[in-house]
Structure formats: structure tokens, C-alpha cells
Design a protein around this ligand. Structure first.
Ligand SMILES: [Zn+2]
Length: 65
């Protein structure tokens, strides 16, 4: 009976991928998750150092939903 689980999982993965792709396009401009406390640069990727000023004061912001 594993076939049903397998198909279900593939469907879930496909939905997840589609959702991620859609979110990347839809929210690319708005979704800011990280911000440099030194220069206020904002990123969607976590950096150890700010690519703008090199400060290591990057804070992350929790998702709004
Ligand atoms: Zn900075």
C-alpha cells in the first residue's frame, strides 16, 4: 500500500515547490527578513556580515504571517 503514500508525498512536494516559486516571485519585493542595524540595509538572505557596510549586526525579523 506504499504507492499511495509515495504519490501523496510527491504531490505534496510539487505543491510545496509551486508555492515556493510563487512566493519568490510575488513577495520578492516585499519580503524583507534581515536588516543591518548599522546601515539599515535590508536583505532576504541571512549574511554573517552586511554586504553593504561589513557590520555584523544583522538582525532577522520573524515572518508576519
Ligand atoms: Zn550595513
Amino acid at each position: 500500500m506504499g504507492i499511495f503514500n509515495k504519490l501523496g508525498r510527491q504531490a505534496e512536494q510539487f505543491k510545496q515547490k509551486a508555492k515556493e516559486a510563487a512566493e519568490e516571485h510575488a513577495d520578492a519585493e516585499e519580503k524583507i527578513d534581515y536588516q543591518c542595524q548599522n546601515c539599515d540595509a535590508q536583505f532576504q538572505t541571512e549574511y554573517d556580515e552586511c554586504p553593504e557596510c561589513g557590520a555584523q549586526e544583522i538582525t532577522s525579523r520573524p515572518p508576519t504571517n
